[in-house]
Design a protein around this ligand. Structure first.
Ligand code: ZN
Length: 501
C-alpha cells in the first residue's frame, strides 16, 4: 500500500533535518579550526570533520533520497516549503549522482594537492610549477560538465552551481554594459590627478579598533545574542542556524580600514543569515539563496551604506573620539573621499569599489575561454597581463601579483568569480528601489536608525532563504530583471562627484 503523503512528508522532513544537523556540526568544527583551535588537536579534529561531512553526503546521495524526490516532487498535497526542499535536494542529488564516484574521489585528492602546490607557486612566483596541476583541475571540470550536461554554453552548468538560473548570455550582457561604463570612468579618475588623503594611512590601537567594529555591528542590527565576532586570518561569516551566525575579521595596527569595512561586509552576510524565517530551520532552504544575492547584502552594507557620506555624517564624530590623534586635520569630507579613493591596483581583494568589478570581468572572461577550449592554461599569464593593461591601465610585474593571486582555481572553484560582481549589480538595483520605497532612507541612515531598512531587506530578501530564486528576488523588488544600468549609474554619480569630473 502506498504511504500516506503526510507521513511521507514527515519522514522526508526528518531525514533532511538530520542532514542539516550534520552540516551544522561540520560548520561549527570549521569555525573552530579557523579561529584558534589548539594545534595539537587539529589532526584528529580533521578526521572527525571528514566523518561528519561524509554522513551528510551519504544522506544527500542516498537511494532513499532518490525515492523521496520521486514520490514527493510536485505531488498532490505537498506544501510549498516541502516542495522547494525536494527541488533543492534534487539539485544536489542529480549533480552528485551523475559524476562517477571514483572520478570524484580522484578529483578531491588532486584539488587538495593542487591547493598546496598553488600556495608554494604563488610564494615562489613560479607559474610553471602550478601549471600541470591547474591543467588537470581544468580537465576534471570539463569532464564533470560533460557528465552533468549543459545547455547552450558549457560554462552555464558551473555558473548555475553558484547563481541558479544565471547564464553566460546574461552575464555577457551585464558585464558588457558595466565595462563600457567603467573603463572610461577609471581612466578619467586617473587623469583627474586628484588624490584624496587617507585617514586610515596610520596606525590604530587594536583594542579600540575591536570596540569600534563591535559598536558598528550593533548599530547596523547584527544580533550579538545570535552570533559573535572573532578573529581569523581571512574574514568570513558562518551560519549554523539563524540563532547562531558568527562573523570574523582580522585586526592589525596598520590596517584598521580593512578590519572596519571587512566587519561591515561580513555583518551584511550575517544579517541575511540571522533573519531567515524560522519555518525554514532544519531544511536545506535555511540559507541565503545564492552567492550573488549573498554578496549583494555584504556589499550593500559595506559600500552603499558603509562608504556613504550620509553614514559617516552620523559616525565620523564618534570615530574621531575613539582616535583623536589620528583624526587631527581631518573633516568629514576628507574622510569620505579618502575611504572612496580609486586606485587601479593588481590585487583583487584590495581593490576599491570602482575597479573591483573589472578584476572580476577579467577572471570571468578567462574562465569562460578555458572551459570552452578557446585558450590554454599555458597562455594564462600573458593574457592576464594584457587584460589588466586593457581594463586598468597597469601591468603586473610578475605572476604572484597577476594570475597566481587567487586560491579559487587551484581548488576547482570555476564559476564562482562572477557572483562577486553580480552581487554589486544586485545591490545597486536594490538600492535604487529602496530609495523610492523608503523615501526617508538618507535621513534614517544619518540618524543611525536602521530598523526600517533591515525590515525592508528582511521582508524582501532575508526571510525567504532559498525559497525564492535570485531572479525572483530581484524581480519582486525592482519589477525587472537584473540590469547593468543601476550599478553603472551609481558608480558614475558617486565617483564623478568625488573626483569632480
Ligand atoms: Zn562576501
Amino acid at each position: 500500500m502506498k504511504k500516506n503523503v503526510e507521513v511521507l512528508i514527515k519522514e522526508f522532513r526528518e531525514y533532511v533535518a538530520q542532514m542539516k544537523y550534520y552540516q551544522e556540526v561540520s560548520s561549527l568544527i570549521g569555525w573552530d579550526l579557523r579561529t584558534g583551535a589548539p594545534k595539537k588537536g587539529i589532526d584528529n579534529r580533521t578526521k572527525v570533520l571528514s566523518m561528519i561531512a561524509g554522513k551528510s553526503f551519504e544522506i544527500e546521495t542516498s537511494d532513499k533520497m532518490g525515492e523521496y524526490i520521486n514520490s514527493l516532487e510536485d505531488g498532490e498535497g505537498v506544501d510549498a516549503v516541502t516542495n522547494a526542499c525536494v527541488k533543492e535536494c534534487k539539485r544536489n542529488y542529480e549533480k552528485n549522482k551523475k559524476i562517477p564516484k571514483d572520478r570524484f574521489k580522484e578529483y578531491i585528492r588532486l584539488s587538495s594537492k593542487s591547493e598546496s602546490v598553488w600556495e608554494e607557486a604563488k610564494h615562489k612566483n613560479d607559474f610553471q610549477m602550478f601549471k600541470p596541476y591547474l591543467e588537470k583541475v581544468l580537465e576534471f571540470q570539463k569532464e564533470f560538465i560533460d557528465y552533468r550536461g549543459y545547455e547552450g554554453n558549457k560554462y552555464n552548468t558551473i555558473l548555475d552551481d553558484y547563481e541558479i538560473g544565471m547564464t553566460v548570455d546574461k552575464v555577457d550582457e551585464l558585464f558588457g554594459e558595466l565595462k563600457k561604463n567603467l573603463v572610461p570612468l577609471v581612466k578619467d579618475i586617473k587623469e583627474s590627478g586628484y588624490e584624496p588623503k587617507k585617514f586610515f594611512d596610520n596606525e590604530f590601537d587594536v583594542k579600540k579598533q575591536k570596540e569600534f567594529c563591535k559598536y558598528i555591528l550593533k548599530e547596523i542590527k547584527y544580533d550579538f545574542e545570535a552570533g559573535r565576532l572573532d578573529e581569523s586570518v581571512h574574514p568570513f561569516t558562518i551560519g549554523m542556524n539563524p540563532g547562531d551566525v558568527r562573523v570574523t575579521t582580522r585586526f592589525s595596527p596598520e590596517n584598521f580600514e580593512g578590519a572596519l569595512f571587512g566587519t561591515i561586509h561580513e555583518g551584511g552576510h550575517a544579517l541575511y543569515e540571522q533573519n531567515v524565517s524560522a519555518e525554514l530551520v532544519g531544511t536545506p532552504l535555511c540559507s541565503g539563496t545564492s552567492s550573488g544575492i549573498h554578496e549583494s547584502q555584504s556589499r550593500f552594507w559595506e559600500n552603499i551604506i558603509g562608504r556613504s557620506k550620509v553614514f559617516w555624517s552620523r559616525y565620523f564624530k564618534e570615530l574621531t573620539e575613539y582616535f583623536p590623534d589620528q583624526a587631527k586635520g581631518y573633516n568629514l569630507d576628507d574622510f569620505y573621499k579618502g575611504i572612496n579613493k580609486v586606485n587601479p591596483s593588481f590585487i583583487r581583494v584590495e581593490a576599491d569599489e570602482c575597479t573591483y568589478n573589472l578584476h572580476i570581468m577579467l577572471r570571468y572572461e578567462l574562465e569562460k575561454k578555458l572551459i570552452n577550449n578557446e585558450i590554454e592554461v599555458k597562455d594564462l599569464p600573458h593574457i592576464w597581463n594584457d587584460k589588466m593593461e586593457e581594463y586598468l591601465g597597469i601591468r603586473p610585474k610578475d605572476d604572484t601579483e597577476g594570475v597566481l593571486q587567487d586560491v579559487h582555481w587551484s581548488g576547482g572553484m570555476f564559476g564562482y568569480f562572477p557572483t562577486y560582481a553580480l552581487g554589486n549589480l544586485y545591490s545597486a538595483q536594490i538600492y535604487n528601489t529602496i530609495l523610492k520605497e523608503i523615501p526617508d532612507f538618507n535621513d534614517l541612515v544619518a540618524k543611525g536608525s536602521f530598523d526600517k531598512i533591515v525590515e525592508y531587506l528582511k521582508d524582501n530578501i532575508y526571510r525567504h532563504g532559498k525559497l525564492l530564486k535570485p531572479n525572483e528576488i530581484i524581480k519582486n523588488i525592482s519589477g525587472e530583471e537584473l540590469s547593468g544600468k543601476y550599478l553603472a549609474d551609481y558608480l558614475q554619480q558617486k565617483y564623478k562627484d568625488i573626483y569632480n569630473i
